[in-house]
Design a protein around this ligand. Structure first.
Ligand code: ACO
Length: 428
């Protein structure tokens, strides 16, 4: 006998099925509620609404747990690589040696972008935000591969997935080169995924560039930590757009746009800008903490708080340690790291932040590492997008292959004017 919950609406008893996840989490299936009662549910920001069943990522915000396909993020961060994690997220299992070699090989051999696509960069202003360029370019891929993007065709899916994984670093690096007026560097297939990205970002045709293994490793780690985070704003956007059977490129491009916002992926840029401001104004951390507590100021501590983590963000713990390691190894003395640590210390002993369970999130320390790796601030959210790509792909693939998927189409409670008669303009 499957579990149900009884709800009484206007004296009428309705039985709602209970859905139980593999980690024991529970949901009421309300899909027939409107049909049975005429009622819908209202849930601003979907804080209490599950939009799908998913096997990809499990997170428990109360206990600070994050697992990709059952593997704890701490283990993946320590023992895996970004491409292996990408394979895991997209295909559901860790690859065998042969599967992994094939995957790496195919991703490596799709890294170039069409020469015509390169010319599109000429149309952007020099100071265009690289997120605007990234989303436009990913969207434009649908114009280049129109013959092979039928969402439900497995072969088309596969090739589109390879193209997205392979070409995103090239597109991202070119958006940086565009902003500084340097020549675009072709991908180099002898380098690793991350090594190739760094080479396209930082090498110039006139000089030899050696990929620093410390930088390469740190970036690979950051990409792993950003690879997926279940039904967040951008992943939900990808699923919603894809649910109309729009192609994968435009679905993912929509996710990139959602990520850009400062309440989501854009927070990593906002954190560094905030730390810089604190530094420039004399390093008075307490003043900024007080300002964040004052609702009338409209100011929030960027990098603090999370919709689901109400204990700690496990990624922030790993990143904090990585930030220390990277700065030590690269012998960088960054006053912003000291400010960040002080800010964390003060905020975490302050009643306001404790009571509201506001802890540093993944973005609080990632910007400091990116800065140490010489990645410019405007590129921070692009780095997040690079890491999140396999997550978006996995979410899109699961959505399109799920028989239960319907086009996403929420309801509303209408609070506007009730019916009234039109008044001609001369009588208004
Ligand atoms: N600084 C000060 N106060 C905060 C902060 C903050 N960073 N975050 C939340 N609060 C307060 C709110 O004012 C609110 O107070 P109230 O209950 O008295 O009204 C309470 O804490 C709850 O905040 P909400 O905005 O309702 O929480 P929500 O879950 O909707 O938002 C969010 C989460 C958007 C991350 C929020 O904490 C925030 O704006 N943080 C700063 C931006 C940031 O770091 N974003 C990155 C998120 S992680 C990611 O996308 C990878």
């Amino acid at each position: 006998m499957s579990e149900t919950v009884k709800v009484i609406i206007e004296g009428k008893e309705v039985e709602l099925p209970v859905i139980t996840g593999s980690e024991g989490e529970k949901a009421l299936d309300i899909s027939k509620l409107r049909g049975q009662t005429g009622y819908i549910t209202l849930d601003h920001g979907f804080v209490n609404t599950g939009s799908c069943k998913s096997k990809i990522t499990y997170l428990n915000g109360e206990e600070g747990i994050l697992m990709y396909r059952g593997y704890p993020i701490e283990q993946l961060a320590e023992k895996s690589t970004f491409l292996e994690v990408a394979y895991l997220l997209i295909y559901g299992e860790l690859p065998t040696k042969t599967q992994f070699e094939e995957f790496v090989n195919i991703i490596t051999h799709h890294t170039m972008i069409h020469e015509d696509l390169k010319r599109l960069y000429d149309g952007f202003r020099k100071d265009s935000h690289p997120m605007a360029i990234l989303s436009s370019m990913i969207c434009t891929l649908s114009g280049y591969y129109a013959e092979s993007m039928e969402p439900t065709n497995p072969r088309h899916q596969e090739i589109s997935i390879h193209r997205l994984m392979a070409k995103t670093p090239t597109i991202a690096a070119y958006s940086f080169k565009k902003s500084i007026g340097q020549p675009f560097i072709y991908p180099n297939n002898s380098l690793s995924y991350v090594g190739n990205f760094l080479n396209m970002m930082f090498s110039v045709p006139t000089e030899k560039y050696e990929v620093d293994p410390v930088v390469e490793h740190a970036l690979d780690l950051l990409l792993i930590l950003h690879a997926d985070h279940e039904q967040n704003c951008s992943a939900s956007t990808v699923r919603l757009v894809g649910s109309s059977h729009a192609n994968i490129y435009v679905s993912v491009a929509s996710g990139i746009n959602a990520l850009w916002g400062p309440l989501h992926g854009g927070a990593n840029q906002a954190v560094i800008e905030m730390l810089k401001q604190i530094h420039e104004e004399g390093g008075n951390v307490e003043k900024f903490v007080e300002k964040a507590k004052d609702k009338t100021s409209g100011f929030r501590l960027m990098g603090f708080g999370h919709r689901v983590y109400k204990n700690f963000d496990p990624r922030a713990v790993i990143i904090k340690k990585a930030a220390d390691d990277v700065l030590n190894k690269l012998k960088i003395d960054d006053p912003l790291l000291d400010i960040a640590k002080k800010l964390e210390e003060i905020a975490l002993s302050d009643e306001y932040f404790l009571e509201k369970k506001l802890y540093p999130n993944v973005d609080f320390y990632s910007g400091i590492i990116y800065k140490a790796l010489r990645i410019p601030i405007e590129m921070f959210t692009v780095m997040f997008a690079l890491g999140r790509m396999p997550g978006w792909i996995a979410q899109w693939k699961e959505m399109i292959e799920d028989n239960e998927t319907k086009i996403g189409r929420p309801r509303q409670i209408f609070t506007g004017a009730v019916k009234r008669d039109f008044i001609s303009i001369d009588k208004r």
